[in-house]
Design a binder for this molecule. Structure first.
Ligand code: ADP
Ligand code: MG
Length: 726
């Protein structure tokens, strides 16, 4: 079958699509009753565990107290009974290696009973600890293959759940994954450590404000996921989508997103059916999905949950991505989580809404209604501003990878320059603090900057700014530079750690200045806030983040602007970053170094894969189509000339020139791929600064050819087909 036949068959298959899934019944299965049915959560534990066991576990989950390992056998037995009632035959330790993906190793509950039969077994030890053969997971030199031991350890703070499959179910246990030296090999371990660090420092600040209840302070996360859905027939006809997750070729469609008729538009029936089933599945897993809508680009959508504690939100986010992919298949669709599947069309991000709070204090970034709460709020808010200013480079680095470079650093939301949007009202409050002294404010007489008499700040304290990478949105910050395919773990670890360090600074300063006397708190806070806003206020920017003026101004303000992953990643091993990560016991120098190497290597692998695919597709798909058409043109020209017509050969000449250009650019790219760099850093530079531009050259020619070659010869589904035929 020729390439074009594959494409035309794909179109035919899409237009003949018949719904295959059996309809869901939300009347029989009420969403409320469905929620959490496949989760071994607090209520299931309470039902099934002896009271003291339950109480002890709950303390660990809710207050971060040390897990009592002697409980494991009892919990394991209860969990096993519950899982078997749900039809489980296997259990799996689920973990999150540094590939950013979810990994799971399944074991059967059955063991031989020694008498020719089998019995069900699941002990406390099996619950608590696993040992996957871990040699093939990236470790960045932390674990040589001869010492390949890696352990998984039960994370009691993230509930176990049942994963359903038409042919059976599996009990899944979220775990942390580390080497035999205790070094983190995964994304979860540092999340847990950073939550601990944030709690310790936030407690110190709360204590200064007179709160002594000691309820654990958690960071909270609400990640909004953007994604594309296209018909899977198109997906399978595009080797680039299949292998690289994005199109490496494709001319802009005549109609793009310029009509802005997609955003919040009516959701197509097949897509809505798919979304409903995604939500149905996620409800069962206890993932509190809430919002769904069409996004800006054609075929782009969004799903957002209600926020949860950071660790659970991270695991639930991974489940959301897996579920989107899995359920889409049932509807003949493919879910594309890549940051930029289609050039020239809006890419996908994952806005990470972040805050911190405790059961007794509530959300610590909620401005509240009372002056007293305002003062406390301003301290926490200032700590975040300071953290982001000091570590803008790190925040850029934790969202740096090949796919996200197409958003950040390109002319698309948000830019690579990290700044903070506060909104007019909060900015004014901080401006007044910076300028010191008394000021009048509209209608409310004298406003003393002694903070405690500032007016209550209404919850929606300002406008929205869609262009800011880090925006205050009423009672939380929204980190918008996170990419759609990435786990939120890395960004959360960075945020928790830099804010923990800032709170450490704040607490230390206030402890010193008050000398332990609460009467001195007001003036101490006033002085400290003034200092913070003077030293770190340059990170605040409320304007248009895309404007050229901002890029210039950011440079004068000394804010980093790392356009590519290669430029951004070294911030992970910056001595100042290493120092605070070690100080707060989140990641050691060696662990950070290993991560840096792994991410750099991943970058090189992605670019090399894409470059190889470009060569392969250029040669085996585009070139043959181009010469077929060229030959047709040439034959026509010759025939016409033979019968005496004077024939304009412009088209033929252009075709011939483009075919030559295609050949040349492919040869040049191929040559660049044959390259041995002296080290990883040099290799990544080569990939970024030499290979990528060479790939783009091939693409430019190929996309021009797409506009010329006869449509029935063109082998690849076009942008218009993929984005608009549903
Ligand atoms: P928008 O698209 O307007 O930014 P959405 O409703 O799509 O808003 O998403 C907002 C997200 O922010 C939700 O996931 C919500 O749960 C989350 N969120 C709200 N409050 C907090 C908080 N205190 N901490 C973390 N996330 C929060
Ligand atoms: Mg949203």
């Amino acid at each position: 079958m020729s390439g074009s036949a594959t494409r035309l068959q794909a179109i035919a298959a899409v237009t003949n699509y018949k719904p295959i899934s059996k309809p869901l019944n939300f009347i029989e299965n009420k969403p409320g009753e469905l929620f959490g049915t496949n989760v071994f959560g607090i209520s299931e534990m309470q039902k099934r565990l002896p009271k003291p066991t339950f109480k002890s576990l709950k303390r660990t989950i809710e207050s971060g107290q040390k897990l009592d390992p002697s409980l494991a056998d009892v919990v394991a037995a209860a969990m096993r009974d519950w899982a078997i009632e749900k039809g489980a035959t296997h259990y799996a330790h689920v973990f999150f290696p540094l590939t950013g993906l979810t990994a799971e190793k399944h074991d059967s509950f059955l063991v031989p009973d020694g008498a020719g039969g089998a019995m069900v077994e699941f002990t406390g030890k099996q619950l608590i600890q696993g040992e996957p053969d871990a040699s093939s997971f990236p470790s960045g030199g932390i674990r040589a293959t001869f010492e390949a031991r890696g352990y998984t350890a039960w994370d009691v703070t993230s509930p176990a759940y049942i994963l359903e499959n038409p042919n059976g179910t599996t009990l899944c246990i979220p775990t942390a994954f580390f080497s035999w030296t205790g070094e983190a090999l995964d994304k979860k371990t540092p999340v847990l450590r950073s939550i601990q660090a944030l709690n310790i420092q936030a407690q110190r600040v709360l204590k200064l404000f007179g709160h002594t209840d000691r309820a654990m302070v958690f960071s909270t996360a609400g990640p909004e996921q953007e994604y594309f859905l296209i018909d899977r027939n198109f997906y399978f006809a595009r080797p680039d989508l299949l292998n690289a997750g994005r199109t490496l070729f494709g001319a802009r469609p005549p109609k793009g997103q310029e009509f802005e008729d997609q955003y919040f538009g009516v959701i197509p029936e097949r897509v809505l059916a798919c979304m409903l089933e995604v939500e149905h599945e996620l409800f069962k897993l206890g993932v509190p999905v809430k919002t769904r809508h069409n996004e800006v680009a054609p075929a782009q959508y969004e799903i957002a949950p209600i926020f949860e504690t950071a660790n659970v939100a991270t695991d639930h986010q991974q489940l959301t991505m897996i579920t989107l992919k899995r359920v889409a298949e049932k509807y003949g669709l493919t879910c594309l989580l890549h940051e930029k599947p289609f050039a020239g069309v809006n890419g996908s991000g994952k806005h990470l809404n972040w805050s911190l709070g405790s059961a007794t204090q509530g959300n610590l970034l909620d401005p509240g209604d009372t002056p007293h709460a305002n003062m406390q709020f301003l301290v926490f808010c200032a700590a975040v501003i300071r953290a982001v200013h000091k570590h803008a480079g790190l925040l850029r680095a934790v969202v740096a990878y090949a796919a996200n470079d197409h958003r950040l650093g390109a002319n698309e939301a948000p830019p690579a320059i990290i700044s903070v949007f506060l909104g007019d009202q909060l900015t004014q409050v901080f401006e007044q603090i910076r300028n010191g002294g008394a000021k009048s404010s509209k209608g409310s007489g004298i406003l003393h900057v002694g903070v405690n008499v500032l007016p209550a700040i209404p919850k929606d304290a300002g406008d929205r700014n869609r262009t800011s990478p880090f925006a205050f949105t009423g009672n939380r910050f929204e980190f918008r530079a996170v990419g759609s395919s990435q786990t939120i773990a890395g960004p959360l670890v960075a945020l928790n750690t830099i804010v923990a360090d800032s709170l450490d600074y704040v607490a230390t300063e206030l402890e010193k200045a008050t000398g332990g006397d609460p009467k001195n708190l007001n003036s101490a806070v006033e002085t400290l806030l003034k200092k913070i806003i003077t030293d770190h206020g340059t990170i605040i920017f409320n304007g248009d983040n895309y404007s050229e003026e901002w890029h210039k101004e950011a440079t004068t303000r000394g804010l980093p602007n790392f356009r590519t992953t290669v430029d951004a990643l070294p911030a992970i091993i910056d001595p100042e970053v290493e120092a605070i990560f070690e100080k707060h016991n989140v990641l050691s120098k060696r662990e950070l170094q290993s991560r840096y190497e792994i991410y750099l290597e991943q970058y090189c692998k992605v670019i090399h894969l894409e470059a190889n695919l470009t060569v392969k597709m250029g040669k085996a798909y585009i070139f043959p189509a181009a010469i077929r058409y060229q030959s047709e043109l040439a034959t026509t020209c010759a025939n016409l000339k033979a019968v005496g017509y004077t024939f304009d050969t412009d088209t033929l000449d252009l075709m011939t020139a483009l075919v030559k250009e295609l050949q040349d650019s492919l040869a040049a790219l191929e040559q660049l791929l044959d390259h041995k760099a002296k080290d990883l850093k040099a290799e990544s530079e080569h990939a970024c600064k030499t290979i990528l531009p060479a790939m783009n050259k091939v693409r430019t020619v190929a996309d021009r050819l797409e506009g010329m070659v006869a449509d029935d010869l063109w082998p690849l589904p076009t942008y218009q087909e993929m984005l608009f035929i549903k």
